[in-house]
Design a protein around this ligand. Structure first.
Ligand SMILES: Nc1ncnc2c1ncn2[C@@H]1O[C@H](COP(=O)(O)OP(=O)(O)OP(=O)(O)O)[C@@H](O)[C@H]1O
Length: 351
């Protein structure tokens, strides 16, 4: 997210250092009234420009209640802008948005009372303790004191911060602050959870915990929309995926395509030059893998390429022919998981 992103809430009501969702006017009953949970997120034709930059340029999205949906896209594709609109913190230029059945533009308090928001950069009031941070947010959401108090203890335990409950937030590590941010997003028991890069800064154990928690929240019927660049992680936790490219939603590969159809394989040889010369000679299309692209070196002596093949039979034939032609192939394997496959199949358009 760019540093000049509009970090204040649309109504300017919340005082925290980061994007704070606490709606001053959230009705008390709405803040905790969760059942039934029929609505997820529905976005149609969403547009938002910053000057000449079209951060969102006609994005469509559906995130189901009871599912974890991955929001995937290159840097600058509009993920944070979309999440800010959904969180009711940024007004779109046009398009329609429903979050838990409420429009964050025309019914900001109603939508925000049902939405938990965890921004990618999380600020705290450093002099407040972890427990006080959560209590302040519970208050802002008008959760009654008894409910809030029980819920805060439960959340502190869930994110493994009980022993830090009475420490000032200033002493928390980055990962611990991140976990406090997750607890903060859940303090009013929201129906919809929006998480921008929630795993960044978390250690491996905490990442596993996050995955389990998000699954549980979805199984309870909530809508969970999560953006991350760590596709292998999303692969394991997401039921659905939405791809953004230059502010638009683009179609990714379906699960069936990935499992049985044309797939990307990573082929590596002792000599990249020999491998690419052979691929050129045989007319097989390839593209450099990430590491090779970084080096951007046709002169590289070792490295790999990505090749699209028809299923495992296609991969076996490619390997057989390469070895028969004397190419010093070191390895040949599918290039990672389903989401990464779908992502690599997109026209990559970083900005
Ligand atoms: N407040 C702003 N002022 C000017 N340009 C902005 C602002 N917010 C976003 N943009 C631009 O809009 C585009 C989308 O930005 P956004 O932060 O939504 O992307 P992103 O997909 O979250 O990127 P990343 O993966 O790098 O976090 C970028 O080109 C960005 O520079």
């Amino acid at each position: 997210m760019p540093p000049d992103a509009p970090h204040g809430p649309a109504d300017g009501s919340a005082p925290a250092a980061d994007t704070d969702p606490a709606p001053a006017a959230a009705p008390a009953a709405a803040a905790v009234a969760l059942a039934p949970r029929p609505h997820g997120i529905e976005v149609t034709g969403l547009r938002r420009a910053f000057g000449t930059v079209k951060a969102l340029d006609g994005a469509d999205l559906v995130a189901r209640a009871g599912a974890v949906t991955a929001l995937v896209g290159p840097n600058g594709s509009g993920k944070t802008t979309l999440l800010l609109v959904l969180a009711g913190l940024l007004v779109p230029d046009s398009g329609s948005v429903r979050v838990a059945g409420h429009d964050p533009v025309t019914d900001n308090a109603g939508a925000r009372a049902r939405t938990g928001w965890m921004p990618d950069a999380f600020g705290t009031w450093d002099s407040l303790t972890a427990r006080e941070v959560l209590a302040t947010f519970a208050d802002a959401y008008r959760v009654d004191r008894a409910t809030a108090s029980a819920r805060i203890e439960e959340l502190l335990a869930t994110v493994h911060l009980t022993e830090y409950a009475d420490q000032p937030a200033a002493v928390l590590s980055r990962g611990q602050k991140q976990r406090l941010g997750l607890a903060r997003a859940l303090v009013h028991d929201p129906q919809v959870l929006l998480l921008d890069e929630p795993a960044s800064g978390l250690d491996p154990r905490s990442r596993v915990d996050l995955r389990i928690l998000l699954r549980r929240l979805a199984d309870e019927g909530r809508t969970v929309l999560v953006s991350s660049h760590v596709l292998s992680e999303l692969d394991e936790m997401a039921d659905d995926a939405v791809f953004l490219s230059r502010g638009r939603t683009v179609a990714g590969l379906s699960e069936a395509d990935v499992a049985t159809g044309r797939r990307t394989w990573h082929v590596r040889a002792l000599s990249l030059t020999e491998l690419t010369a052979w691929l050129d000679a045989t007319g097989v299309a390839y593209r450099p893998d990430g590491a090779t692209r970084a080096a951007d070196a046709p002169t590289a002596v070792a490295g790999g390429v990505l090749v699209d093949v028809d299923g495992e039979a296609g991969a076996a034939a490619l390997l057989r022919d390469a070895v028969a032609a004397g190419v010093p192939v070191v390895s040949s394997a599918p290039a990672a998981g389903a989401l990464e496959q779908a992502y690599l199949a997109l026209e990559e358009e970083r900005r």
